[in-house]
Write a protein that binds this ligand. Structure first.
Ligand code: UD1
Ligand code: UDP
Length: 370
């Protein structure tokens, strides 16, 4: 039996680990799967756990309102280390680039337990963008013993950085496994604001939460949205507001009074996937949404100066627009006004995987630790 301890804490990690946990559970004679959540996120994590039917064996329950990255990292290290000593896993799995991912990989290292990194090898090359995720990824690469790269570009980056080829597996991104198992044609929204969307209106879906955008860049994004709904009366901007207090304060104060803008609480994953499918255009600084949207044939304007997911840009479905008001308005207006420009970007391509990443990850774990 291979004992696998999976540690995660935020919404995107849980979505991307869910298919891996299901694949581990599908082989009970080979794997013992133990789940520990830091609950770096509380409500948004619980939403995902409930959608995917995942139960945590250990819940560190660490979230506090307005926490700093340093605080959450310190608490994960402190609370996870004794648990690793108690569980003695053969391998500890982390996903992505959050404080929980990095701190859990570091805790595993300190206990001399090998760790596996799901979604390894993404880089912008700029240590402050995204912040602090770029550094979390670099450090997690140094700490991990197995690296699951979602794309060839990510794999090549790991090899260039000197990671031994035997430790790197090209798997695809598990976000596509989750997406393909969730999306269906006959879906009906249960959130009243979404169920009541006017079918005649074009939905522009917006999400924003990056720390490097707090302050002026986020205000500038909000100003661009105000301008867009003024210019295009058939638009309905739908913005699930991230609960980070910095984001909530800015977005709610600048956009709450506009009829063309619907601010909603974060919706559960199933609802959100179908909201992406209903959208005409997506504006986001999210990593996961950049990966999901191309599979659904939705053009994405990336509200960042640089992305660690260039595959969508290369495939022609994403454009990096930053947070400058004029640039966002110009790019979005072109897509909204020109059917030709729109259809050039609205290609259903899947640069991030084929929906079988989790099986490949589990096979690699079996090979290495079996
Ligand atoms: C974190 C990750 C980021 C990831 C994002 C996904 C780090 C440094 N950041 O950013 O990489 O893209 O999650 O959403 O690890 N909050 C709630 N309820 C929740 C979740 C958050 O109230 O369910 C509020 C709390 O006040 C919390 C704050 O949001 O303190 C910030 O949460 P945190 O996880 O520290 O940062 P995020 O900005 O969510
Ligand atoms: N998502 C969700 N509900 C929402 C907004 C997003 O379930 O209201 C999902 C989305 O489908 C994607 C993930 O959350 O899989 C992205 O999370 P987020 O943008 O918070 O983090 P990031 O991917 O940037 O780390």
């Amino acid at each position: 039996m291979i004992r696998v301890l999976s540690v995660f804490g935020t919404r995107p990690e849980a979505i991307k680990m869910a298919p891996v946990l299901h694949a581990l559970q599908a082989e009970p004679a080979r794997f013992e799967s133990v789940v520990c959540v830091s609950a770096q996120h509380r409500a948004m994590l619980d939403q995902v756990m409930s959608v995917f039917g995942i139960r945590a064996n250990h819940d560190l329950d660490l979230m506090t309102s307005g926490q700093s990255p340093a605080e959450i990292a310190a608490r994960v290290l402190q609370h996870l280390s004794p648990l690793i000593r108690q569980i003695r896993p053969d391998v500890l799995l982390v996903q992505g680039d959050t404080m929980t991912s990095f701190a859990a990989a570091f805790a595993a290292y300190l206990e001399k337990v090998p760790s596996g990194h799901v979604e390894a090898g993404l880089r912008t090359g700029d240590r402050y963008q995204p912040f602090p995720e770029e550094m979390n990824r670099v450090l997690t690469t140094r700490l991990a013993s197995l690296h699951f790269a979602p794309t060839t570009q990510a794999r090549d980056r790991l090899l260039e950085e000197g990671v031994p080829p035997g430790e790197v597996h090209l798997t695809g991104n598990t976000v596509i496994d989750a997406l393909l198992r969730t999306v269906r044609p006959d879906y009906r929204f249960h959130t009243p604001a979404l169920a009541g969307l006017d079918p005649a209106r074009r939905v522009v879906l917006v999400t924003t939460h990056r720390r490097e955008s707090f302050g002026a860049p986020l205000r500038s994004t909000c100003a661009a949205l105000r301008e867009l709904v003024g210019r295009f009366p058939d638009l309905q901007v739908v913005l699930p507001v991230h609960p980070n207090p910095e984001v909530k304060r800015t977005v709610e104060s600048l956009l709450c009074d506009l009829p063309g803008v619907t601010l909603i609480h974060p919706v559960d994953y199933v609802e959100f996937v179908h909201l992406m499918a209903r959208a005409y255009l997506i504006l986001t600084d999210s990593g996961g949404v950049q990966e999901e949207a191309p599979s659904l044939g939705k053009p994405v304007l990336v509200l960042r100066e640089v992305t660690e997911r260039p595959e969508g840009v290369a495939a022609g479905t994403a454009v990096v627009v930053g947070t400058d008001r004029e640039r966002i308005v110009a790019q979005a207006s072109e897509l909204l006004a020109s059917p030709a420009a729109y259809s050039r970007m609205a290609n259903a391509v899947s640069p991030y995987g084929d929906g079988h990443a989790s099986e490949r990850i589990v096979a690699a774990l079996g090979e290495r630790f079996g």
